[in-house]
Ligand binder design. Structure first.
Ligand code: ADP
Ligand code: MG
Length: 238
């Protein structure tokens, strides 16, 4: 892949003049205008902006959950707009770990079963799936909660289960939409420290939407989205 920064760093996500609008009741709702930027492998980027500015829309495009109206989303050299639905679902399962504000865990499944769920789509043997799910739960510090159901866990623990589920397939990219938005300060800090650790020790590339400055400070750099346009990169000082 071409080196656009001149630093020799590897571009993992390239948004090539991406535009996005929705059509509602015959009217066009413009959301993103000409978004053009790169994310390098190993980056931890925070995306901020007012409510309704298109942060989730942009994240969903990067995660292959939605398609741009114009331009291309190119990840690891793959133009994901070129993939049909089946190929896109396979691509997502292998490459993207998604972390949601409200965890999106299955209430009838234990922590272990929730984390194992993405692996059901693979042809790994059952024992291997279980072992990987256990390893992921241990990695997020929940090795002693594997049999608990979501109703038996705190908000911070639920988000850590969701993070274990996001990393169990060992994806390149983690995308998180307001991951601390529903958490108290202490649980939020734990989740952010965990994300930093996944970035630093496992080399995960992370894009995190947040409206919390504290959360954004945990990233390497911040971009602001306003009126469909993205600001220049602001590097966080350490
Ligand atoms: P944010 O995450 O920054 O709060 P969103 O990306 O969710 O913003 O939404 C950006 C804009 O796009 C909002 O005006 C929202 O109403 C609109 N929007 C989002 N999803 C849809 C959709 N599926 N259909 C129509 N409009 C949508
Ligand atoms: Mg949103």
């Amino acid at each position: 892949m071409s080196d656009v920064t001149g630093t020799g760093d590897e571009v993992v996500i390239h948004l090539n003049h991406v535009g996005k609008h929705y059509v509602r009741g015959g009217e066009i709702v413009p959301v993103l205008a000409d978004i053009h930027f790169d994310i390098l492998r190993g980056d931890f980027l925070a995306l901020m902006g007012p409510s309704g500015s298109g942060k989730s829309t942009l994240l969903n495009l990067i995660a292959g959950l939605d398609q741009p109206s114009s331009g291309q989303v190119i990840i690891d050299g793959v133009d994901i707009g070129e993939l049909d639905d089946t190929a896109l679902a396979d691509w997502r399962a292998a490459n993207i770990g998604f972390i949601f504000q409200f965890y999106n865990l299955m209430p009838v499944l234990s922590a272990l079963e929730n984390v194992e769920l993405p692996l059901q789509l693979t042809n790994l043997p059952a024992r291997e799936r279980r072992e990987r799910a256990l390893t992921a739960l241990e990695l997020v510090g929940l090795g002693d909660r594997v049999k608990h159901y979501p109703s038996e866990l705190s908000g911070g623990q639920l988000q850590r289960v969701a993070i274990a589920r996001a990393i169990v397939s060992d994806p390149t990219l983690l995308v998180a939409d307001e991951p601390t938005g529903d958490l108290d300060r202490k649980s939020g800090e734990e989740v952010l420290a965990l994300m930093q650790r996944l970035n630093e020790t496992l080399g995960k590339t992370i894009i995190m939407v947040t409206h919390d400055q504290k959360a954004a400070d945990a990233a390497h750099a911040v971009r602001h989205l306003e009126k469909g346009e993205l600001s220049a990169l602001v590097i966080n000082q350490r």
